[in-house]
Design a binder for this molecule. Structure first.
Ligand code: NAD
Length: 320
């Protein structure tokens, strides 16, 4: 099998390549040419960790595999980021494992690419202000990917832990954009596009905060019980997701579904918009992308990085 080490990924994968891979896999999912397997995600009762597997099969590109790993909230004491994962690819003809690819940076790039795809297709016309909720590891990747896909003029941000806001200020400065820390009511009023990427278990952005045409990429909720948005806000929005089965069980929509505010058949697929099978925003005031993170995203970027690593001679051969 081939191994692409985590330390090599930064030199191999670009946000642009991640964007292309994610846009394409979302369209393949919507056309039923690729499908995800049910997610396993368990609180293991040790170090507050959430551990699991996300897998899938892309029948057109013949990519089969899974990502194993999860979220260890206390990793700072080990000098490691909280998200830890590895992607394994298998030969769909024989079942033999073909590659192990470091999944940490790839996860950040593919998650940011997913919200960027949603912004490309669903942002209100002439959107100028990007609102960021969350200032953890993922937030910088999110902001960079959003700025790559849309010409924002300003970033405003809020975080439950204000001492972390310097990450948003530094990232905006790197992008040449002014940044202002604001309260959530101002964020909801002024932002045309909002990205939420926290590990919250209760609603942060409330329905009354959000005014005017707005696109919300809700990216933090990827587990049962997590929540960033007021279910009434979810119910007011035209909803899209990466995968409906995940949206209603582990995504932001789990709460609006459980309280009977929305039905599963009201949730559209972002891939259908990408594929031209759904008109997208049209006359909606608020659009929501419930980005739950699917295994096929991981496989798509891992396959891409593997191809580049092979070309550059940076994939190590290991006998197993
Ligand atoms: P991080 O640990 O670096 O940052 C955590 C963020 O959440 C910070 O903004 C922090 O202030 C906030 N936070 C922490 N505890 C909180 C609480 N109890 N209530 C409200 N906010 C709280 O994490 P990260 O790597 O930036 O990831 C952020 C979230 O994104 C996590 O929930 C992670 O599981 C999720 N995530 C989702 C996907 C996806 O595909 N949808 C992919 C990767 C990460």
């Amino acid at each position: 099998m081939l191994v692409v080490a985590e330390k090599e990924i930064a030199g191999l994968m670009t946000p642009e390549a991640a964007f292309e891979a994610i846009e394409a896999i979302f369209a393949s999912m919507a056309r039923r040419k690729a499908y995800n397997f049910p997610v396993v995600r368990e609180a293991i009762g040790h170090e507050d960790a959430l551990y699991g597997f996300k897998g899938g099969f892309d029948a057109s590109a013949l990519v089969l595999g899974l990502k194993a790993g999860g979220y260890w909230p206390n990793n700072q004491k080990h000098n490691l980021i909280n998200h830890q994962s590895t992607v394994f690819l298998f030969d769909p003809d024989t079942g033999r494992v073909t590659a192990a690819v470091g999944g940490n940076l790839l996860t950040a790039l593919r998650t940011a690419a997913a919200s960027a795809v949603s912004i490309k297709y669903l942002a209100p016309k002439g959107a100028k202000v990007l609102g960021m909720i969350g200032a953890g590891h993922q937030s910088a990747f999110q902001m960079r990917a959003a700025a790559n896909v849309h010409p924002f003029e300003k970033v405003i941000g809020w975080n439950p832990h204000p001492e972390m806001l310097s990450r948003l200020a530094d990232t905006a400065a790197e992008l040449g954009l002014p940044f202002e820390a604001v309260e959530l009511d101002r964020l909801g009023t002024e932002a045309d596009v909002i990205i939420s990427i926290t590990s919250s278990f209760s609603p942060l952005l409330m329905d009354q905060h959000v005014k005017g045409p707005t696109h919300i990429a809700a990216m933090g909720t990827d587990t049962k019980g997590k929540q960033e948005l007021d279910p009434a806000l979810v119910a007011r929005a035209r909803i899209f997701t990466d995968e409906v089965a995940q949206s209603v069980s582990i995504g932001e929509c789990q709460h609006a579904i459980a309280s009977g505010l929305i039905r599963e058949d009201q949730i559209g697929e972002l891939g259908a918009v990408v594929a031209g099978d759904h008109p997208g925003r049209v006359d909606a005031e608020v659009t929501l992308f419930d980005g739950t993170g699917v295994g096929l995203q991981d496989l798509a970027v891992a396959q891409k990085v593997l191809e580049i690593a092979k070309e550059k001679g940076l994939a190590q051969e290991v006998e197993i």
